[in-house]
Design a protein around this ligand. Structure first.
Ligand code: GH3
Ligand code: MG
Ligand code: MG
Length: 306
């Protein structure tokens, strides 16, 4: 575990460093409060800090306030070192954001025990952050394919439509639906159907640019948002997606399977400026149905009525 020791007194600093190094800590030092605050702002900085109260430039509570005022980065567990003689008001220190305090000269065993408490709290914080990130991922992604889910892509679409309306930007929306997918499930089983969905997702991702959006919109339907794409390029990309599915058989536990996809596309620049996300999806879906009616494995573009 890494720890920052901040003390303006070189002798105390060195003693503390030696003690902590013997206790298995990797020690970084700072000679004043300003240096401590700066070191605690760097990416990958120690997450344990032992900060002397009285220091030039910025005192211990000042360091606590600076660290706590930052919104980003991991939690830093701060222990303030106070001295009996100067009568520092510990309430001020704790209210400035310190987690704990020790009075100098401190008992080495007590210091190590209190730092172990800090490590336990940091571990707990890591677990909470991990659980929160996991929940965030599950709320916005599809469980099977790990693509964005329907709710996430719809909120993306709303946001991008507002932006496009404001800046005159271009977005192409592609609704892509696997052809006769029910037969895959019926003939080979649901698990093979799942294998096909996972591979289809990765082929779709491989056919677009990193900043385009690919989402699982429904069972075997995917929604792709191509940002800044004009009609010609959108059509080319839709063809690439169609081709990426049809060009080679899917490898499944039941052997290779030929799969195709039909695509309905809509370029917002072809439509009135006040087109809502719901209308857009409705029109793109109509284009998809035409692609199905035209024999599947093809792309149809939604054109506004004249
Ligand atoms: P079309 O060419 O007209 O699109 O025909 P289709 O068979 O693909 O369309 P249909 O809507 O009749 O069937 C879609 C099937 O997708 C039915 C449903 O059981 C299956 N499905 C939906 N979600 C999943 C899933 O998560 N896993 C698997 N294996 N199948 C799914
Ligand atoms: Mg289908
Ligand atoms: Mg469908």
């Amino acid at each position: 575990m890494r720890i920052l020791v901040a003390d303006d007194d070189a002798v105390s600093r060195r003693l503390m460093q030696r003690l902590l190094e013997r206790g298995g800590y990797e020690v970084m030092t700072a000679e004043n409060g300003r240096e401590a605050a700066e070191k605690l702002a760097t990416p990958g900085c120690p997450r344990l800090a032992l900060i002397d109260w009285m220091m030039p430039e910025l005192d211990g509570p000042g360091v606590c306030r600076e660290v706590r005022s930052r919104q980003d980065g991991s939690y830093i567990y701060i222990t303030l070192l106070t001295s009996k003689q100067s009568g520092e008001d510990i309430v001020t220190g704790l209210e400035a954001g310190a987690d704990d305090y020790l009075t100098k000269p401190c008992n080495p065993e007590e210091l190590k025990a209190r730092l172990r408490t800090g490590v336990r709290i940091l571990d707990l914080e890591d677990k909470l952050v991990e659980a929160r990130e996991d929940m965030r991922f599950r709320a916005t992604h599809d469980f099977l394919t790990s693509l964005w889910n329907r709710a996430a892509v719809l909120s993306d679409l709303d946001r991008e439509l507002v932006r496009a309306r404001r800046d005159g930007g271009m977005i192409a929306t592609l609704i892509c639906d696997l052809d006769r997918f029910k037969q895959v499930n019926d003939v080979y089983g649901h698990l093979v159907g799942d294998e096909v969905l996972i591979q289809a997702a990765s082929r779709l991702l491989g056919s677009v640019r990193p900043y385009d959006v690919v989402a699982r919109y429904g069972g075997e339907e995917f929604l792709v948002l191509l940002m800044g794409c004009d009609a010609t390029l959108a059509h080319k990309r839709a063809e690439q997606i169609r081709e990426s599915i049809a060009s080679s058989p899917f490898v499944t536990t039941q052997g290779p399977l030929s799969i195709t996809i039909s695509i309905g596309t809509l370029n917002i620049t072809d439509w009135a400026n006040d087109l809502t996300a719901t209308q857009l999806l409705f029109e793109a879906d109509k284009a998809l149905y035409r692609a199905k009616a035209n024999g599947r494995n093809c792309v149809c573009v939604a054109v506004p009525p004249v």
